[in-house]
Design a protein around this ligand. Sequence first.
Ligand code: FHN
Length: 587
Amino acid sequence: MDARKSLWMMLLLGAACLPAEAAEPAAGSDRMAWFRHDKFGMFVHWGPYALLGGEWKGHRTPSGDEAEWIMQRFNIPVAEYREMAHGLNPVKFDAGQFAKLAKAAGMKYLVVTAKHHDGFAMYHSKVSRYNIVDWTPFKRDIVKELSEACRKEGIRFCVYYSHREDWDDANGYGNHWDYDPAKKDFEKYLREKSLPQMRELLTSYGPLGLIWFDRGIDTTAQAQRFIDLVHELQPQCLINGRVGNYAHELLGDYQNMNDNGMPTGGLDEYWETPQTLNGTWGYNRYDQEWKTPANVIQRMVEIVSKGGNYLLNIGPMADGTIPAPSAAVLERVGEWMRKNGESIYGTAACPVGQFAWGRCTVKGERVYLHAFQRPGDGVLRVSGLRNEVKSAWLLQAPGQKLEVSRQDGVAGVKLPAQGWDEGSTVVVLEVAGKPEAVLDPVTQGSDSPFHLDMVNGQTAGGAMKRFNRDGKFHIGRWSKPEDQASWDLLVSQPGRYRARIRYAARQEWAGRKFVIELGGQRLEKAVAATGDWYEYKSFDLGLVTLPKKGALRVAIHPAEAGKDNLMYFDSLTLEPETVGGRLGRLD
Ligand code: FHN
């Protein structure tokens, strides 16, 4: 048996189960260890915009607008905004309160806006006098005080820095109302403000957990200058994915979802989603639509069950006060975390997927079932879990074992009538071995196509389920035949099917061969260029035959090893060919 065949056999034999590790991001370097473990962080959006609180000269920012964008929304002239910024005097600011609240909420890292798009530095910058110490009566360095308070409380300190967008600087990006875009010298901005301020942040506040860049930058070369600087001055410091151009390949250490974004399924790479507690990042006195503690807990569980991190924002008021509703929500979340943190920190994505009643996370030989609602009969059915369940208990009542049954191979855990927790009630399953999933085959309805994509497929080798940085998801990072995506189908209607593939491919990937294995059939095709990074197109691959009812495996992989990506794969559809309204007959 040649190597290729034996690999294929291994894949077939292993098809029915997916080990938990497959859903965990590759370990990579140890720099990611804390990020992998910590899961939950506090985002702080704070600047002079807090003084306006979503209102400029009697006009409110439109509903749904983000209050920190007010300068741009109303095209406030730099001179007027600067004048307003003189009034920032957060006399009630107590850095310890921020760090303590983060800690009480169960958050492990804190990211504060050292400079947002309005160009104002919340630290003592020597590069520009437009900063909290030199420009306001407050005269205290907020970044410094927060860094010290975080260290004291054991919270990893991190900074946000808007490296391209700067509405104050004549050469920064974004202000077209005061400055003529044609006269901007962006290189000068990078050289004289953005990079020097980044250097200040990297050299003045001790070790930083990560730098949170935002809004991307025009070229890969520009982004690389920031990356090089971070690597030179603080090699351990992580860099978020927004350092580079959103339409290009990821340059940082991990992906950020869109704001408030949630992936459809688990990803094979490190990711984090920035989310707000209401609808704005900076303080807006008119936005009182706060998420409930239960909603925050369920979001966190959902994110962690898909392998991600949750960066949850507060927008302090101009006087330094943390809005009471956001502090109250975080305190309640913290109560839940103190009791249930074991089911969040250091866990990995749930290999089993999602349940009607909630989600799951895994660690070692434990599966943590997060029940968001109590099924009518009080039984949590854990469909898709392959392992034997040795024991089950409520995380908060380890002494009281729960009854576990198996019906048609599906484990069920009987919940007690008491002990229900806000947001999510956690049941611990101790299982035999590493948690593994029995994947359900992809089934078909009458005459409907099979739709195969990253949510219902499995990846192997280097192939990864990824965020595409444009709000969608794909499978990428495959360069050799072992890097595969596969699906197990249950065919109920044998016949001829039209195969269509949808992907994005850049010019330099064109011509690379890919293989689709489909039962005994093998299609080999060449990748066609579709345009820029995330321009997806569909291609007709012709007719294929699904010869009989029952199980059938479909896999895609590069035909041979090459550098680069094969393609950014979106989906493969197999659509029944109908002749005269009936499914195409088999020859
Ligand atoms: O424009 C910003 C916005 O104000 C806020 O900082 C968010 C946080 O993720 N990031 C940008 C938009 O994506």
